[in-house]
Structure formats: structure tokens, C-alpha cells
Write a protein that binds this ligand. Structure first.
Ligand SMILES: Cc1cc2nc3c(=O)[nH]c(=O)nc-3n(C[C@H](O)[C@H](O)[C@H](O)COP(=O)(O)OP(=O)(O)OC[C@H]3O[C@@H](n4cnc5c(N)ncnc54)[C@H](O)[C@@H]3O)c2cc1C
Length: 281
């Protein structure tokens, strides 16, 4: 991709107007960290979103409203009861890339190694896109495929509602990399609600090892409403592994990432279960 012109609008309305006028040639720019991954020399006109705002993290009823322009470094630095994205940001490649990358850019186009689509799917976030009218898309709809299909010319992702992880709930995040700054081979996130020894509700999301992030619905169905049991989870994992299409590369086989799933998903479930019980199993 070649940027042949550049605009820096000062407000959302101006940015939307420019994107609509320029049509298919226009490209919203956020942290610009993805450009080295986009092959080809197609000419595009950059519309930089850095000055339109939407870069704060605010408390809201039951969660947090995070502006799409908030940087991963902001998510890492934020502290509040029920806020867990700092833990996801900590596993994000490196501080220089955390300083540049925005939450919006990370979820507007999904690369296999992206951390936040997996975490936000588990947390049941809601994404707001500004278009002719603002549209709010629950994570299950927004992440059901590449998000580009939700955007028409002029549409801009502006904020994400992230539910807090409240009392009786737990969250765990796992990312398997060869060395700390390498791309993920498997990413897993678990949100879980417990009552005594029983798992009342669970959302388990997987990324990197599969073509696009998805929920492990067979495992969720097997554990919800049941007393926590490592055997039950292991058994459901085998059925889930057999049902999924896995992503492999020259560096790792399908069997290898399946083995990573066998190790990391039950581990994350146990951590989330303990966290939901205040450290008790
Ligand atoms: C060396 C390296 C390693 C990396 N490792 C990781 C990693 O381990 N985990 C991880 O999660 N990420 C990682 N990344 C970042 C990831 O690959 C993407 O580059 C990043 O998520 C893009 O975010 P950005 O803010 O830079 O967006 P940009 O690159 O500016 O934009 C990305 C895409 O989203 C669109 N877009 C951006 N904002 C909006 C908006 N508000 N509304 C509509 N469309 C929008 C753009 O038009 C573009 O198509 C890495 C990047 C690099 C360079």
C-alpha cells in the first residue's frame, strides 16, 4: 500500500465527511502499525483519526467506555476495580508498539495475533460504529468474521463498552509465543461466573490458532451449570478440538496448536474459576 495524500481532520463529522467524499481510495489511519503487514502498492489517501478525540477510558454503569483511539499503553496503565484489559495489554508485543497501537485499530482489522478481539469476545464487549446513525454491535456479531463488513464508506469505530469483571466473576488470559515478542500461536481468554463450586456462566474465546477469533461453544455448553471438574473440561476440549478448523504454518502444525489448546484453555478456566471465588478452587 502507498499513501499518496494525507488528511488530519479535527472532528468526527469532518473525518466522516472526508471518508465519504474520498470513497474507496480513503483509508482511516489510527496507530498505523499495521501498514507493514499490508502487501501490494495500491494507492490510498490517509485520513488520520488522531485528532478526533475518543481516546479516554471512562467508568460507566456495569463497565467502562473505552474510546477507539485509546492506545494499548493507556489500557495497560489504567487501574480500576473490574478492569482487566491491563493484563491483556501487558502481553501485547512491546512497549513501543503499545504506545502506538489503538484499541480501534486492533479490532477494526483482525490479524491472527491480535490480542483484543479475543479478550473482548470473552468479556462480551459492545462496539459502537459512527455512521449515518451510531450502531452498537455486541461482540458475538462484531467478531463473527472480519469486521470490515460492518463498515460502509465514512463509518468510524468510535468506542467500545467493556463490562467490568465484578464480584463472583473471574477473567484469565493466555497467549503462547515462542519468545516474548513473537506473534501468538494461540491466544485464549476466559470470563466466568461462579456460584459456590458451580460454573454459572462462561465465555471462552480462542484466537491465533484458528483463522478468526471464536467462542469454544462446546466447552461452554459442557461446563455451564455444572460443578467445576477438570475431567469434564478435558472431555469437552477433545470434542471441541475435533470440531474446529485449525490454523497452522511452516513453524507449527495443526496437531501442535491443538496440543497448546489442551494445555492453555483448561489452565485459563481454572484461573478464572479461582479468581471468581476470590482465590479458592
Ligand atoms: C512488529 C509488530 C508486532 C505486533 N504484535 C502484536 C501482538 O502481539 N498483538 C496484537 O494485538 N497486535 C500486535 N501488533 C499490532 C497489530 O498487528 C496491528 O498493527 C494493530 O492492531 C493496528 O492498530 P493501529 O492502531 O496501528 O491501526 P492502523 O494500523 O492505523 O489501522 C488498522 C486498520 O484498522 C482501520 N481502522 C483503524 N482505526 C479505525 C477506526 N476507528 N474506525 C474504522 N477503521 C479503523 C484502518 O483503516 C486499518 O485498516 C503488532 C504490530 C507490529 C508492527
Amino acid at each position: 500500500m502507498k499513501l499518496i495524500a494525507y488528511h488530519r481532520p479535527a472532528a468526527l463529522a469532518e473525518a466522516r465527511h472526508l471518508l465519504r467524499e474520498l470513497g474507496a481510495a480513503a483509508m482511516p489511519l489510527a496507530g498505523c502499525t499495521s501498514h507493514s503487514f499490508v502487501k501490494g502498492d495500491e494507492e490510498r489517501i490517509g485520513v488520520d483519526l488522531a485528532k478526533i478525540g475518543f481516546d479516554t477510558i471512562e467508568r460507566a454503569d456495569g463497565g467502562f467506555i473505552v474510546g477507539a483511539n485509546a492506545r494499548v499503553a493507556d489500557l495497560q496503565a489504567h487501574r480500576a476495580p473490574g478492569w482487566v484489559l491491563d493484563r491483556v495489554a501487558l502481553r501485547f508485543v512491546s512497549q513501543p508498539v503499545r504506545n502506538m497501537t489503538t484499541l480501534g485499530g486492533n479490532i477494526a482489522r483482525i490479524f491472527p495475533w491480535n490480542d483484543f478481539p479475543v479478550a473482548l469476545l470473552a468479556l462480551n464487549a459492545t462496539v459502537t460504529i459512527a455512521g449515518e446513525e451510531d450502531r452498537q454491535l455486541p461482540a458475538d456479531i462484531y467478531f463473527d468474521g472480519q469486521p470490515a463488513r460492518h463498515f460502509k464508506a465514512g463509518d468510524i469505530l468510535i468506542r467500545v463498552f467493556v463490562p467490568d469483571v465484578g464480584a463472583g466473576c473471574g477473567f484469565a488470559y493466555r497467549k503462547d509465543t515462542l519468545v516474548s515478542m513473537a506473534f501468538s500461536r494461540l491466544t485464549a481468554a476466559v470470563w466466568l461466573q461462579r456460584e459456590g463450586k458451580t460454573i454459572r456462566d462462561a465465555r471462552i474465546a480462542l484466537g491465533a490458532a484458528v483463522p478468526l477469533p471464536l467462542r469454544l461453544e462446546l466447552v461452554e455448553e459442557a461446563v455451564v451449570g455444572k460443578v467445576y471438574s477438570a475431567e469434564l473440561i478435558a472431555d469437552a476440549m477433545e470434542r471441541q478440538i475435533a470440531a474446529l478448523r485449525w490454523r497452522s504454518s511452516d513453524a507449527f502444525s495443526e496437531e501442535y496448536v491443538q496440543q497448546l489448546a489442551r494445555a492453555h484453555v483448561p489452565d485459563a478456566l481454572e484461573e478464572a474459576f479461582r479468581a471468581a471465588g476470590g482465590g479458592r478452587k
